[in-house]
Design a protein around this ligand. Structure first.
Ligand code: F6P
Length: 328
């Protein structure tokens, strides 16, 4: 598409927050200033766009946010934006401020919003992959995934200390409603006895066999990682089933939950978010619309949003195989 002249860019974060979102906002805004553009913060995602929570940003607004978790623009999951009336209200508010392009940082739902908005109103938009789940195609890693994996692994290390002291079997639930990326990473990185992910069904009998074999091998502790969207249920459900089949185990369940969404972003996420923020502004200036900026093999890549959100990014078969080899 022929590039439109862009003067004012609005930036927003939407959906589940992720460590590194602040770094992405900062890079987007800094890049905008570098190219002499006016930059606007849209607060509370699409909800704020509908309610006109839009403010012109200055350099001081983004000082010292790179290293902070969460998102200073705040985030929301907007039901109203899913309606055409809601999107019309949002569009009218952008018009009031003269905003002529958008950078949307979020997961698949947020990027779908940007796509619809572009289709309906022709507002040039670029998405940045901001989710701990890593479930977007068009990028090797999403912003926040690395930090969330580090957080999960550090927590599991601590759980292992107490598991070993008491000879206990722990079921640890990690986030990932439909995706097992955090689970498989945490499983490999924390020497789990087994990893249960939404993408693969592991029959309960196989888990029982694995645990029995480990007991025979005199393993000192057993940690089973369960992705929250696991096919055989969450950690509590699986723990109950195992308790019935292996009553001699002293079993505990820990759900890591939103702990994984917080904290200062890792070096990897800071750099990724920073590269993508600059890419978003430069992409808009070059006429790249309705796309998501990502990094594949260390190179910036723009993928149509419709392709990035398709649920076809899969946990690497090798990762799954490696996790299995290392847990026996
Ligand atoms: O999409 C990120 C994520 O953290 C998922 O892993 C999780 O299922 C979901 O968000 C939780 O969302 P909420 O914070 O709205 O309950």
């Amino acid at each position: 598409m022929e590039p439109k002249t862009i003067k004012k860019i609005g930036v927003l974060t939407s959906g589940g927050d992720a460590p590194g979102m602040n770094a992405a906002i900062r890079a987007t805004v800094r890049a905008g200033f570098f190219y002499n553009l006016e930059m606007y913060g849209i607060y509370r995602g699409y909800e704020g766009m509908i309610n006109n929570e839009i403010k012109k940003l200055e350099s001081k607004n983004i000082a010292h946010i790179l290293e902070r978790g969460g998102t200073f623009l705040k985030s929301a999951r907007s039901a109203e934006f899913r309606t055409s009336e809601g999107r019309k209200k949002a569009y009218e508010n952008l018009q009031k401020h003269g905003i002529d392009a958008l950078v949307v940082i979020g997961g698949d739902g947020s990027l779908t919003g940007a796509h619809l908005f572009f289709q309906e109103f022709g507002i040039p938009a670029i998405g940045l992959p901001g989710t701990i789940d890593n479930d977007l195609s068009g990028t090797d890693s999403t912003i926040g995934f690395d930090t969330a994996c580090n957080t999960a692994i550090q927590a599991i290390d601590k759980i292992r200390d107490t598991a070993t002291s008491h000879d206990r079997l722990f079921f640890v639930e990690v986030m990932g409603r439909d995706a097992g990326f955090i689970a498989i990473n945490a499983g490999i990185g924390s020497a789990a006895a087994a990893t249960l992910i939404p993408e693969k069904k592991m029959p309960i009998e196989r888990l029982v066999e694995r645990l029995k074999a480990r007991t025979k091998a005199l393993k000192q502790s057993n940690i089973v990682i369960v992705a929250e969207g696991g096919k055989s249920g969450g950690a509590a459900e699986i723990a109950t089933k195992i308790k019935k089949l292996l009553p001699y185990y002293d079993i505990k369940v820990t759900i890591l939950g939103h702990l994984q969404r917080g904290g200062s972003p890792s070096s990897f996420d800071r750099v990724l978010a920073s590269k993508l923020g600059v890419a978003a502004v430069e992409g808009l200036m070059q006429g790249k619309y309705d796309v998501m900026a990502g990094v594949i093999n260390n190179k910036i890549v723009f993928t149509p949003i419709t392709k990035a959100i398709v649920d076809d990014k899969e946990v690497d078969e090798d990762d799954f195989r490696i996790a299995k080899i290392l847990s026996t």
